[in-house]
Design a binder for this molecule. Sequence first.
Ligand SMILES: Cc1cc2nc3c(=O)[nH]c(=O)nc-3n(C[C@H](O)[C@H](O)[C@H](O)COP(=O)(O)OP(=O)(O)OC[C@H]3O[C@@H](n4cnc5c(N)ncnc54)[C@H](O)[C@@H]3O)c2cc1C
Length: 187
Amino acid sequence: MPVFIRIENIDGTRLSGVRMRDCVAELTGLFAGKLFTQQQDMAPFLTDSRGMWHGNALAVALPDTVGDVARIIRWCQDHDVPVVPQGGNTGLSGAATPDKTGRSIVLSLVRLNCIRGIDKFNDTMVVEAGCLLQNIQDAARAADRLFPLSLAAEGSCTIGGTWPRMQAGPRCCATAMRAICASDWKW
Ligand SMILES: Cc1cc2nc3c(=O)[nH]c(=O)nc-3n(C[C@H](O)[C@H](O)[C@H](O)COP(=O)(O)OP(=O)(O)OC[C@H]3O[C@@H](n4cnc5c(N)ncnc54)[C@H](O)[C@@H]3O)c2cc1C
């Protein structure tokens, strides 16, 4: 008996050229000042740090509040537009680079870079997704604590880009830290 399964259009032709232009106009109206749509502005976000992966996008969103992130995600969901989250863009596998169709939105979290607080009693910190790993280490050190996660890219990579991939690094072996323990991960 045949089995029918739904397949996705992998070249992303869901958005027509006209609809793409409408989308860009609508997005620009909604997120003015927090969105790049010109090729020269988007360029650094469309290539990985080693220049191995190249993509294209409808726009690059740079929200600076959690509310904006939620609004962008909701808009993309309503319009069937794929989202590519991006932190420091130092990942080596191309996962933070959009595909070449130019139909997705790059959601850069680098403006969400606040360390909201350190609780020394419970040995925890609350940080935003775009915080640089190095800034988190420095803040922990200033509070007389150690945040063991350490990579050569720590001056450029963000906690949001590091945590999904369960990065660790050599110092984690020494301290038996397996991965970042994120107890409350929310947008
Ligand atoms: C010099 C150098 C040394 C490195 N050393 C190591 C090492 O020792 N060990 C190791 O494991 N890796 C290492 N890496 C690779 C490592 O994956 C990245 O450096 C870093 O963890 C990625 O962080 P990023 O902020 O740059 O993320 P990006 O490259 O921007 O993104 C990485 C992935 O996370 C996703 N992402 C980004 N932000 C978010 C978010 N807020 N929410 C959900 N998803 C998100 C992206 O879509 C992508 O899939 C190294 C890389 C470099 C360049």
